[in-house]
Design a protein around this ligand. Structure first.
Ligand code: TYD
Ligand code: MG
Length: 452
């Protein structure tokens, strides 16, 4: 007998009887694929685990959920202060980025605090796992491993062991025998994740699921998982550099602005606590035209980076504008403001702008740095080597205040900068410091007059 099939969207889990080119629910193209229709899995009934009575909101204590401190500062910060007990976390990233490495290191840290941790590898044999663990020096006694792909056996073993923390690497390679579809299909992923969530919440096991990202940049069946789990982390690198960035894109227990920076080495991932030093390490020792150092902030963490620009005469009817690590539209806009305010003719120039180190910056406090580096390249006049520039620039060329100015200036001071150019409006609340000279400017023209 032919099995009844449905078409399921890999992005959002929408299902329909007929194939469609575009998903009516999330509007993605070519995301629907055929799957055998399952009976409604029993899991949905037992997911209603506790019949809670309505309570007065004012009577509920607001104590933070208890957490396991991993004692890896970069990880703890991204998680919002440690791994929340009984929470479900999804960590995504391209194959080979270092997810298994990071998790094994994390598990080793947790087990060194006498926590019982259970690492399920559904991709690698125990031999491979052991080789990796040896390289990482992961040898704690309460770190248990299992190479298994069957969900029911995983659940069974987990219940027997009753660990504090469980890792399933990866959600795409495990399967439940209750479903007929293959591992990695939306139905399997959804079902397995739901079962594991049930296990996590019922037994208070902090559970981490690994998910591989597809080429389009989304986890296979990701949207379904993203709203199921408490926290979604992405492990990512910019260009083909050795450092990796961990960011939270969803966090029920913390902010999503924090980032963790790591570097891949022969002995696993090393935490990079001093990001500024790391990103400025390649900086030329003498003054070079076309560069400006800015102080940017991700979450609560300030770091200094160098913005590099190259402006050269163009032979093209519409000159080139290339921006790496910053929004190209923002760059075009800033060039137009600069042209109007300072009278530089950029329309005959090719302009390339790059954030050194391969970092991506979204915040506007780097506007001033972008403009000054472009002008510096155009005039072939280097900025002073020891100056850090901070400020958002508006359409009329006015400098707008930025948040957390104190910590940006502190970071610049720490790295040995002796001068800071900041928006005048930020000067008011600033506590005076004698280690660094702070200059407030109200317009880009003023900044140009001071620096060139
Ligand atoms: P891995 O953790 O297997 O990635 P993922 O689980 O995201 O697929 O990491 C893979 C890469 O990291 C692999 O190419 C080898 C490299 N690596 C190191 O450079 N040093 C190490 O100590 C380890 C364990 C891995
Ligand atoms: Mg892996």
């Amino acid at each position: 007998m032919k099995k009844k099939t449905v078409f399921v969207c890999a992005e959002c889990g929408y299902n329909t009887q007929k194939w469609l080119g575009q998903c009516p629910s999330c509007s993605q193209w070519n995301t629907l694929h055929e799957e055998i229709q399952e009976k409604t899995p029993a899991v949905h009934q037992d997911l209603v685990f506790q019949q809670e009575q309505p309570r007065h909101l004012s009577n509920i204590s607001s104590e933070n959920s208890p957490r396991y401190q991993i004692k890896m500062a970069e990880l703890d910060r991204v998680l919002g202060g440690g791994l929340v007990q009984g929470s479900l976390t999804l960590i995504g990233g391209e194959p080979g980025i270092g997810k298994s490495t990071l998790l094994l290191q994390m598990m080793n840290h947790l087990s060194s605090q006498k926590l019982k941790v259970f690492y399920i590898s559904a991709e690698e044999s125990l031999n491979q796992l052991k080789l990796r663990a040896d390289r990482l020096g992961a040898s704690q006694k309460s770190l248990f491993v299992l190479s298994e792909t069957n969900l029911e056996r995983i659940m069974d073993q987990t219940q027997k062991m009753s660990p504090h923390v469980l890792v399933v690497d990866s959600i795409q390679t495990i399967f439940s025998s209750e479903l007929e579809s293959a591992p990695g299909t939306v139905a399997q992923i959804r079902h397995c994740a739901a079962r594991l969530m049930y296990l996590a919440k019922k037994n208070n096991i902090s559970t981490i699921l690994v998910g591989h990202v597809t080429k389009e940049g989304s986890l296979a069946g990701p949207r379904v998982l993203e709203h199921l789990v408490d926290t979604v982390l992405y492990f990512d690198n910019d260009a083909s550099l050795s450092f990796r960035i961990l960011r939270a894109t969803k966090n029920r227990f913390g902010s999503t602005h924090e980032i963790g920076i790591f570097e891949m080495s022969e002995v696993g991932l090393l935490e990079i606590h001093n990001a500024s030093e790391f990103f400025l390490s390649e900086r030329a020792q003498n003054q070079v035209a076309g560069t400006a150092v800015v102080a940017s902030i991700e979450g609560t963490r300030p770091f200094l980076v160098e913005i590099q620009s190259l402006v050269s005469a163009s032979h093209l009817a519409s000159p080139r504008r290339t921006a790496l690590g910053i929004d190209p539209t923002r760059v075009s806009l800033l060039l137009a403001v600069l042209q109007k305010a300072v009278g530089v003719e950029f329309s005959t120039q090719d302009v390339y702008v790059n954030v050194a180190g391969g970092l991506k910056i979204q915040e506007r406090a780097v506007d001033l740095g972008i403009m000054l580096s472009a002008l510096s390249s155009f005039r072939n006049a280097p900025l002073q080597h020891n100056i850090c520039v901070i400020g958002e620039v508006g359409l009329t060329g006015e400098l707008r205040p930025v948040r957390s100015i104190e910590s940006r200036i502190q970071e610049a001071t720490k790295l040995g900068f002796t001068k800071c150019l900041i928006p005048l409006k930020n000067m008011k609340k600033l506590k005076t410091t004698n280690k660094i000279e702070v200059l407030g400017v109200s317009h880009i023209r003023e900044a140009v007059e001071i620096l060139f």
